[in-house]
Design a binder for this molecule. Structure first.
Ligand code: NDP
Length: 291
């Protein structure tokens, strides 16, 4: 069987970035340059890499970025005061507090504190609540909305199709299922999680699989219906002595799925670039005041 077509996140993100940059330029011309504030607490190396790539994306697309860095010893009150200051700053349109926060900090309370109109991560209860109500025109969580953008870009049919979402997290799985089932997308969605029996059988029924479990190579080739579309959200570090650095990056989908699926998103270069592109688009949207 032929190899699956590549759901190329880099290409799709580049197409979206062009539109985002044009919208940012139009706003800047009117005197409102979109501005993203990224707050990072502590020294988690992966988080610093993510934050750097977000700041770089702002530079590339003509957005202002403010990078607030605080030590791991920062208290809840101090972090809340930073969020309050950014909420009150009319020149800031988007606020992102990089996850994970050090264990002594209450991440949920910080999410709730961000002004929903500046919540470019889309995790505030107001924004998730709008999504539950079927209102998909607001600030949507970046990873699942990036997956939807990829599916539109590849013209993957969704209406009346069976979709299986593996994972039910607040940031990926649940909003992903809601977006696929929303009016306009119109897929019939099954959510699979760690208590689901017969995960493989559920996957075999699917026309579209979105895997967001954090288990390297979990989705096997014989779980996938020939011709299905498979989106791999997983980013997992796997020990690998054959690599100089001692590890490799693996998705949640086994590479052999490429021999069965019609479309497959690569890791890296799939959903990851889309997440950042949607963050930029959300920031411009917040600056446009479309909430
Ligand atoms: P979470 O750990 O929050 O959620 C994982 C979900 O998978 C849970 O709902 C869990 O079920 C379910 N699950 C775990 N094991 C199994 C199993 N054996 N069978 C069925 N379901 C299972 O992870 P996230 O949603 O935050 O992230 C998922 C993956 O996506 C990770 O690899 C993460 O790194 C990656 N990611 C990638 C992003 C990107 O930009 N590309 C952005 C965000 C995440 P239960 O609820 O029952 O525990």
């Amino acid at each position: 069987m032929a190899e699956a077509q590549r759901l190329d996140g880099r290409e799709c993100a580049a197409a979206l970035d062009q539109k985002t940059a044009a919208r940012a330029a139009a706003l800047t011309e009117k005197g409102v340059q979109p501005h993203l504030a990224v707050v990072i607490v502590g020294d988690d190396p992966a988080s610093h890499v993510y934050v750097r790539s977000k700041v770089k994306a702002c530079e590339r697309l003509g957005l202002i970025s403010t990078h607030v860095e605080r030590p791991a010893t920062t208290t809840q009150e101090e972090l809340e005061a930073i969020v309050d200051g950014l909420n009150a700053d009319a020149t800031v349109h988007g606020i992102l507090v990089q996850s994970p926060l050090p264990a002594h900090l209450d991440e949920g309370a910080i999410t709730d504190r961000i002004d929903p109109a500046k919540d470019v991560d889309g995790f505030h209860p107001v924004n998730l609540g709008r999504l539950v109500q079927g209102r998909t025109d607001g600030l949507l969580p970046c990873t699942p909305s990036g997956v939807m953008e990829m599916l539109r870009w590849a013209k993957v049919p969704l209406q009346g199709q069976r979709a299986v979402v593996l994972g039910r997290s607040r940031i990926v799985g649940m909003p992903m299922a809601l977006l696929l089932a929303a009016r306009g997308a119109d897929a019939t969605v099954t959510v699979v999680h760690s208590r689901t029996e017969d995960v493989a059988d559920r996957c075999r029924e699917a026309d579209v699989i979105v895997a967001a479990v954090g288990r390297p190579d979990m989705v096997q080739a014989d779980w996938v219906k020939p011709g299905a579309t498979v989106v791999d959200v997983g980013i997992n570090r796997v020990d690998d002595d054959s690599r100089e650095r001692g590890w490799r990056l693996a998705g949640d989908v086994h590479p052999d799925v490429s021999g069965v699926a019609a479309w497959l998103s690569p890791v890296p270069g799939g959903v990851g670039p889309m997440t950042i592109a949607m963050l930029m688009a959300n920031t411009v949207r917040a600056a446009e005041g479309l909430q």
